[in-house]
Design a protein around this ligand. Structure first.
Ligand SMILES: C[S@@+](CC[C@H](N)C(=O)[O-])C[C@H]1O[C@@H](n2cnc3c(N)ncnc32)[C@H](O)[C@@H]1O
Length: 451
């Protein structure tokens, strides 16, 4: 292989194809990106992430546009060529890279993939798409709008689930999930007021606004590297979606309480709880030890502390029956359909059949944690999903089986009357409402013991 061949091996587009292949094999894009991180020139990292996320976001639609230009589908063993075409189509449609550069890199990459036979095909398909974009946009549009799956690049089961669960709002959910999410910060308001922090950002020529609903949230007009955000290194601010920030307020903690953050990693909500009330006796658990280390790192930056316990909280937790908690946060593992703006690979990773299994897991977590709650104590159930099976239906099922569990009124502190969708039980923020990710919250209270 000559010098050019070696250079292409580290070409960002080649790494993107490797990433996409891993996602199609079931690995999360974040993991795939992490795996290559150390071997990649730091200057290429942002480009690789942008292309990988972008292709995942539009994958189903790009596949249809490429398919329209292919005379016959490629064989399974030529998946890499297919991905090369999809990446090229993404660059032509969604980036400012000049068309001649997209085409020549794609053709060069066929050699690196040891698929020189495909160079003419790749050239012809991408040239055809480029011609359609500039001269026959109606051809592209008719492919894009042929059905909802292609228009919103989502699997059929998820489109059906959205139409069924949210008949009035499904279009806006699907449209929001195609957008990029804003970068939102959480300010520790014990350190500084929102107004003062906004002036500080202004002094640094960073445009931002206070969020209308979440009291500690500041929304940046443009995303930026965290190291450049004033106060980040000092631990005054963290990056957290405004919808996620509601959790700590809703749990309604006060100083001195014993609190369990049951699925804590990477610790976004743990940090917020500790910022809202002094001297909490907080235990943070997670099944994943490596992820729990990230909680520790985050708390260190915030100069806060909690006890860390690696535990599977779906198993009986006898050790806590004698020292029950005043408050429990169960931020349950879920489909993450509410945060697809930030994790567009979810549409390629999730399957219809996953949802029933997740709902069972969420129910098991509720059942095993409930005995660890003090009488009169509160448990906040949270997911970043908008699927009722994981949310209101799961909580309704739990309330039927657990006699001493009831729905509690959400605290007034946030003027929360007009947020989200009021469900049979709990509240649902749909993706995009108040600019937030999709979250579901239900606050449960345990009967006090009669004396
Ligand atoms: C939605 S994430 C939590 C996000 C976190 N609360 C935050 O705000 O940063 C769900 C977490 O649950 C953990 N988890 C999944 N099953 C668990 C189990 N059986 N016991 C404890 N943790 C579990 C996962 O490892 C994952 O870190």
């Amino acid at each position: 292989m000559g010098f050019k061949g070696l250079a292409l091996l580290s070409d960002p587009r080649y790494i993107v194809i490797l990433n996409l292949r891993k996602v199609l094999q079931g690995q999360s894009l974040d993991k795939a990106l992490e795996a290559h991180a150390s071997a990649i020139d730091p200057r290429d990292r942002a480009l690789i992430a942008e292309l990988s996320y972008g292709v995942c976001r539009w994958y189903g639609q790009l596949q249809a546009i490429v398919g329209d230009r292919l005379q016959k589908p490629l064989r399974n063993k030529d998946q890499d060529v297919h991905l090369l075409l999809i990446l090229g189509a993404y660059q032509l449609m969604h980036t400012r890279t000049p068309a001649h550069a997209v085409l020549s890199t794609a053709v060069d990459l066929t050699r690196i993939l040891h698929k020189s036979w495909a160079s003419k095909l790749v050239n012809a398909v991408l040239r055809g798409i480029q011609r359609d974009i500039s001269r026959h946009p109606e051809r592209i549009q008719s492919v894009q709008q042929s059905d909802l799956m292609i228009q919103y690049a989502q699997p059929a089961w998820l489109i059906e689930a959205a139409c069924h669960a949210w008949p009035q709002a499904y279009r806006s959910i699907l449209e929001t999930l195609q957008q990029r999410a804003p970068m939102t910060l959480r300010l520790n308001c014990q350190v500084e007021s929102i107004d003062r922090y906004l002036s500080r950002l202004h002094e640094h020529k960073i445009s931002a606004d206070a969020h209308a609903l979440a009291p500690n949230a500041v929304v940046l007009q443009r995303p930026m590297p965290v190291e450049q955000i004033p106060g980040f290194r000092e631990g005054w601010v963290s990056v957290q979606d405004a919808g996620a920030q509601l959790a700590a307020h809703l749990l309604d903690v006060s100083s001195g309480q014993r609190v369990l953050d049951a699925c804590a990693a990477p610790g976004g909500k743990t940090g917020h709880l500790l910022e809202l009330a002094d001297s909490l006796d907080l235990v943070a658990t997670d099944i994943d030890e490596a992820r729990l280390h990230r909680v520790a790192d985050n708390l260190q930056r915030l100069q806060k502390s909690a006890s860390m316990v690696v535990a599977d909280v779906s198993k009986p937790l006898d050790e806590w029956f004698d020292q029950p908690f005043d408050r429990i946060l169960l931020d349950a593992p879920c489909s993450a359909t509410g945060v697809m703006r930030r994790h567009p690979d979810i549409r390629l990773l999730r399957r219809d059949r996953d949802i029933g299994a997740l709902a069972q897991r969420q129910f098991d977590l509720l059942q095993s944690l409930w005995p660890c709650l003090k009488p009169g104590g509160k448990l906040l159930y949270a997911t970043c999903s908008w699927l009722p099976e994981e949310n209101s239906l799961c909580i309704q099922h739990f309330l039927h089986t657990q006699q001493d569990a009831h729905i509690a009124r959400m605290p007034d502190a946030l003027k929360l009357d007009d947020w989200g969708q009021c469900c049979e039980v709990g509240r649902q923020i749909l993706p995009g409402e108040w600019g937030m990710d999709g979250f579901y919250y239900a606050l449960l209270v345990k009967d006090s013991v009669d004396v």
